[in-house]
Write a protein that binds this ligand. Structure first.
Ligand SMILES: Cc1cc2nc3c(=O)[nH]c(=O)nc-3n(C[C@H](O)[C@H](O)[C@H](O)COP(=O)(O)OP(=O)(O)OC[C@H]3O[C@@H](n4cnc5c(N)ncnc54)[C@H](O)[C@@H]3O)c2cc1C
Length: 533
């Protein structure tokens, strides 16, 4: 059963060992003992539905509560502390395109705001029903989870858009193929969600972001059905798929998508390396990216993330032993851990590993071929559960991300982290903040920041602290000329910064496309851009 408050299923937990709890208390202060709002309390907040009866619409409070929010920290505070105050008026589970077509007609005839619901893993407020205006209907796509066709000759597979990460890879694995899109939310996020938010998987270095994997698809729009051309490549004017990618449900509901697939790799391995500090590590990463080594993943943690990973591992003895060993080889207090992946055939992996080892050594690094890489891959989809444990202990945790050119990675990291570290100084509160580089390009990299602070007794204060931290970090990103989001999308939380990134004309183009394609504003109004609010 999926949790209503927090991440994931109710059976899976991520334990934080006593020593790690002490580390957190020392770093940000002793947490307050807080209890979550009860589910009975949350259910009592769900108001009567404003929707008129329509076949298949469910209006019971629990199903509406379950679709009321995503996974942003604001969403967590709303659900955990009980401040949630907007709910969809109903939820429907369509089974096919025809039902979706009818739903769009119904929504236009009755002025209803539709919010497609994939896996509910949005971290930027994509799923929040507006407080005012017409009724909102959540369109849960989980019944549309089938593999429609595999074309082995062209290495393509067509799926219904509600298919989740594990369902999709299970379908493909039976036939010997893989898509290879593994965002950390993979357990729940869906193909449709990935495409309309332009998501990025952990092994994007090998498989690519979602954009190059997306070949074609079918969109049900308020104006009718839109089938994108199905060709290997085209120069026939602007690529219409690019108005869908990142459209965040403002243009319609994606019902199916054809994706580029690959044969299952002969082997896959994950290993670690250490660098003496972040500056050296980032330089090595740049050289690796520019040498175009055939790796599948690169993730360089900064010193604080490296230390926190050690502390949270629960392997106290092993960690102390490892730290002593690393120090002896020049990887002292500022050590940065790199996790890298090799995916492909044995000979190519061996070659890439050798080339990598050469570059690591050139940058005073040290390769670690046992335990760390395997531990990372084993826990990669378990890590989001850590947020539940931390929340229950009394800590609020959030992440944010950007992409910057290589020459701004150092200064960018320092500036964003400094905003976060000092962001709650006036409350006398400390913030633990750290970062990693996880997607590298020849001309730059993404920077992914995690920050943690103490929840306050008053949920409004927890929310206010989050807004101040997120605002300060976002303004720092804008000042650096970075993107406001490398992978999470815009939703509500990044909307204030979109115009700075796109410019006035760019924003107008996006708004006009939405106005034109959705004249009655029935699609996820108010998200991405304000038009339709
Ligand atoms: C723990 C955690 C880890 C994450 N890690 C990553 C990561 O590594 N990389 C990354 O890119 N993101 C990550 N995310 C963010 C999130 O998982 C992505 O944005 C993901 O693409 C959302 O997919 P979803 O199916 O859950 O969509 P939802 O959250 O359900 O919806 C997101 C938006 O897409 C719309 N939508 C969904 N399906 C459709 C459809 N078929 N047609 C039209 N609109 C649709 C919704 O209306 C909404 O506007 C993470 C989130 C969490 C909570």
């Amino acid at each position: 059963m999926k949790r209503i408050q927090g991440w994931g299923n109710t059976k899976t937990n991520y334990l934080v060992p006593e020593a790690a709890q002490q580390y957190l208390s020392k770093t940000v202060g002793y947490p307050l003992k807080l209890v979550n709002a009860s589910q009975e309390f949350l259910l009592r907040k769900v108001p009567p539905s404003k929707l008129h009866p329509y076949p298949g619409i469910l209006i019971d409070p629990e199903i509406r509560l379950r679709h009321a929010r995503g996974q942003s920290l604001g969403d967590w505070i709303d659900m955990g502390d009980g401040s949630v105050d907007t709910f969809p008026d109903g939820v429907i589970f369509p089974s096919n395109e025809k039902e979706i077509r009818k739903l769009l007609q119904y929504a236009q005839a009755n002025e209803i705001n539709l919010i497609p619901y994939g896996g509910g893993t949005s971290v930027v407020g994509h799923l929040t029903p507006p407080g005012e205006g017409p009724p909102t209907l959540s369109v849960d796509l989980s019944r549309m989870n089938q593999l429609i066709e595999i074309n082995k000759e062209n290495l393509e597979a067509t799926f219904e858009a509600g298919v989740s990460g594990p369902q999709l890879e299970d379908h493909l694995k039976k036939h010997g193929f893989v898509l290879g899109h593994f965002p950390q939310s993979w357990e729940y996020s869906t193909l449709g969600g990935w495409i309309v938010t332009r998501s990025v998987g952990q092994q994007s270095y090998h498989y690519g972001r979602i954009e190059p994997l997306f070949v074609t698809g079918h969109l049900e729009t308020p104006l009718g059905s839109l089938e994108f051309p199905h060709v290997p490549k085209s120069a026939a004017g602007p690529d219409l798929r690019h108005i869908l990618l990142g459209s965040e449900a403002r243009l319609g509901i994606l019902t199916r998508a054809t994706m580029r697939i690959r044969r299952l790799p002969e082997e896959e391995r994950f290993y670690a390396a250490f660098f003496p500090n972040f500056k050296i590590g980032a330089k090595a990463l740049r050289e690796i990216a520019q040498a175009e080594l055939r790796l599948s993943m690169l993730r360089l943690s900064d010193p604080m993330e490296t230390e926190t990973t050690f502390q949270l591992s629960g392997e106290e003895k092993l960690v102390n032993y490892a730290k002593r060993g690393l120090s002896l080889f020049g990887q002292g207090e500022n050590r940065c851990m790199l996790i890298y992946g090799l995916t492909g055939n044995h000979a190519a992996n061996k070659l890439a590993d050798r080339q990598l080892a050469h570059l690591v050594r050139k940058h005073q690094g040290m390769m670690i071929k046992f335990y760390l890489g395997e531990a990372w891959i084993e826990k990669r989809f378990l890590t989001p559960y850590l947020r539940n444990t931390l929340w229950d202990l009394g800590y609020a945790l959030d992440t944010l991300e950007t992409a910057l050119p290589w020459q701004k990675i150092q200064i960018g990291r320092q500036s964003i982290l400094s905003e976060l570290h000092n962001g709650l100084a006036r409350d006398g509160e400390k913030v633990l903040a750290f970062s990693h580089i996880s997607h590298v390009y020849t001309n730059g990299a993404s920077l992914y920041i995690t920050y943690l602070y103490r929840r306050a007794q008053d949920p409004d204060q927890t929310l206010d602290r989050w807004k101040r931290l997120k605002g300060a970090a976002s303004r720092a990103i804008i000042a650096l000329g970075g993107t406001i989001t490398h992978q999470h999308g815009v939703g509500l939380d990044h909307q204030p910064y979109l115009a700075t990134e796109k410019g006035p004309l760019g924003t107008r183009i996006i708004e006009n496309i939405i106005k034109d394609m959705d004249p009655k504003q029935v699609m996820n109004r108010g998200k991405l851009v304000t038009s339709g609010e």
